[in-house]
Write a protein that binds this ligand. Structure first.
Ligand code: FAD
Length: 304
């Protein structure tokens, strides 16, 4: 059931902040589709928009080109993802300096997955940053960057247990992380439990819930399996029988995501991070539902 409109108070709605994640496009067609999405979402005045870094730095140039264009052509503040896996310190530092030179002041600092695959054991580059905490120290030494990091409410797939993850998150906070963004989840109680454990460990930075609108259930379920996010049976039930019915699937996806987001806001969450998959429609609809409206200046700019 979608929450009744009176469940969220007006004051809660007016204090919700959003941020959006995009990935760098591979082709001209994908580039156009990304910029259509950016133009549609920019007028919602997100706090920041982040751009991912392909596994092992495979999108280094494309990520840089995308964040630089965001700096040049929009009022939004981009956050560039950066991994330290498989690269020497000098190489990573060069990327950080290039971002600084392009006017980027926010980095999402990550370890990244081994180039041999997500399920392979991780080994740091011999001349590289050894951990994400080291990378954060390096970033902060190079420039006045805001740094966001990952967090895993259902634990990282390679982590022995949740407390180990909390310990890693604490090290990242101690190294200077300003904010964490979670891996996506569908069961909000998992997120609130994680917040409690993090608070008990003395972690006091904002931990933004990462929200994934289910654009395609099969794909999302596969991705969730690799990312260590559980897919509740009720979620599978809701998409059951809709493989060949994209129109109903979209309506169900909007309802499911709205329900999750409204529950988070009802329970006091003020900042939401959306994994857009470079598609604006569902995210725009959810943002509308929670009270965000296009700001005129940004809308005019996007149309120009
Ligand atoms: P960390 O948070 O540093 O560590 C993750 C886990 O690894 C820990 O919880 C722990 O279990 C283990 N670990 C880490 N350090 C140690 C240690 N010293 N000793 C023992 N165990 C340790 N990947 C990309 O390639 N590009 C991206 O742009 C990207 N963006 C992401 C954005 C978000 C919000 C999230 C949640 C993930 C993203 N990822 C991205 C995926 C991420 O790179 C992988 O999950 C990777 O396996 C871990 O990187 P991390 O920074 O999360 O690692």
């Amino acid at each position: 059931m979608i929450a009744k409109p009176d469940r969220i108070s007006r004051s809660a709605l007016s204090s919700v902040n959003v941020s959006f994640e995009f990935f760098p496009p591979k082709t001209q067609e994908m580039e156009e589709s990304l910029w259509d999405s950016i133009s549609r979402l920019a007028p919602l005045s997100p706090n920041f928009v982040s751009v991912t870094y392909g596994a092992g730095g495979s999108t280094r140039e494309r990520t840089h080109a995308t964040v630089s264009r965001i700096v040049r052509e929009t009022r939004m503040k981009p956050a560039a993802h950066l991994t330290c896996v498989g690269a020497a310190r000098g190489e990573v530092n060069e990327v950080i300096r290039d971002y600084h030179g392009a006017g980027v002041r926010h980095i999402v600092a990550l370890r990244g997955d081994p180039p041999t695959g997500i399920d392979q054991p991780y080994a740091p580059h011999p001349q590289g940053y050894q951990t994400t905490a080291d990378l954060i120290t390096g970033i902060k030494a190079i420039g006045d960057f805001e740094v966001s990091v990952s967090a895993y409410p259902e634990k990282h797939p390679q982590s022995p247990n949740l407390l180990h993850d909390i310990e890693i998150l604490k090290r990242k906070v101690d190294a200077g992380a300003d904010r964490a963004i979670t891996q996506f989840f569908f069961d909000n109680s998992v997120y609130f439990r994680f917040l409690d454990v993090a608070a008990a460990a003395g972690i006091n930075i904002p931990i933004l819930p990462g929200i994934v609108p289910v654009q395609n259930f099969k794909q999302t379920a596969n991705f969730a399996r690799r990312a260590g996010s559980s897919v509740p049976a009720w979620l599978a039930d809701r998409f059951d029988g809709l493989d060949d019915d994209p129109v109903t699937r979209r309506l169900v996806a909007a309802a499911v995501c709205a329900e999750q987001v409204i529950d988070l806001i009802d329970r006091g969450v003020t900042d939401l991070h959306f994994y857009t998959m470079n598609k604006a429609d569902l995210v725009f609809a959810i943002c509308h539902l929670i009270g965000l409206r296009p700001q005129m200046a940004e809308a005019a700019e996007a149309a120009a």
